[in-house]
Write a protein that binds this ligand. Structure first.
Ligand code: 15L
Length: 270
């Protein structure tokens, strides 16, 4: 039987890395993004939809006939409060609500390390379900995303997994990412585990590779069936050495904990 998976934000950074990796025989990927994206290539089992995650009618239609949703859509960087509220927080509600209305029982949500960005490395390994300590409005939106996921799981019996993604790029770009890196291949392995784990209910898992310098629990992700095969250490010689006195070293969220990311002061001008 063909399965159909809706991926929101499919033209974004993580979405683009996942498009080819989540393709599988007997599976159709419904790729939804507000921006333009490459059309289906010859033999590629995809349906391309251009819509916003804030558009309830469009999302209701996008969830029709779908077996699972991977929600990656929304701002992936810090933004003014109004945009975060509209796109990331309201948008996540729209997506979960569209899934519920269509009887889609499995939703995987892209949360972020910035939901707990002010957690200090000196406090030890960052466990699964670490209490929120967002570092930005963006981080707050990921806490809200997790809360919405929990609500929909508890109230409607949906299986909802929030993945606190570290840094999902082709390769780590700096010393911090040697700890937070999620290789694209591991990302796909983790999403596959989230899609196939039997009746997980609501979970919060770390989305990182089994990096030598990892200080994140992989217990809950492994319990879902995730097995990381990558380690950022192979890139260690390529990135500049980290400064142990820097914010990037002190906090889980790195420089996002610094004044450059103080959006309240920026927006108010004081
Ligand atoms: C995120 O949540 C961002 O979307 C991404 O752009 C990176 O900054 C990543 O976190 C990170 O912390 O490295």
């Amino acid at each position: 039987m063909t399965s159909r998976i809706l991926i929101t934000g499919s033209a974004g950074g993580v979405g683009t890395l996942m498009r080819t990796r989540l393709a599988a025989p007997g599976r159709v990927l419904r790729l939804l993004d507000i921006g333009e994206q490459p059309p289906a290539a010859e033999g590629e089992a995809v349906e391309v939809v251009r819509a916003s995650v804030t558009d309830q009618a469009a999302m209701d239609a996008a969830c029709e006939g779908v077996d699972a949703v991977i929600h990656l859509g929304g701002h992936s960087l810090e933004q003014p409060w109004a945009q975060i509220l509209d796109v990331n927080i309201n948008g996540t509600h729209v997506v979960l609500e569209a899934a519920r209305r269509n009887g889609v029982n499995r939703v995987v949500l892209a949360s972020s390390n910035h939901a707990v960005g002010f957690y200090e490395r000196s406090s030890g390994e960052a466990g699964d379900y670490l209490f929120p300590q967002p570092d930005t409005y963006y981080g707050v939106s990921k806490v809200a995303l997790e809360a919405l996921g929990s609500l929909y799981a508890s109230r409607y019996g949906m299986d909802v997994i929030a993945v606190r993604i570290g840094s999902c790029f082709e390769r780590p770009k700096d010393a911090r990412m040697l700890s937070t890196w999620l290789s694209p291949d591991d990302g796909a392995r983790l999403f596959e585990a989230c899609l196939s784990a039997p009746s997980p209910g609501f979970r919060v898992v770390w989305g990182v590779s089994d990096n030598t310098r990892r200080w994140f629990s992989l217990d809950e992700a492994r319990a879902l069936g995730y097995e990381s095969k990558d380690d950022s250490e192979v890139f260690a010689a390529d990135v500049p050495e980290g400064d142990p006195d820097s914010l990037a070293h002190k906090y889980l969220g790195g420089t996002w904990c610094g004044p450059e990311f103080d959006t309240a002061v920026k927006e108010a001008g004081r």
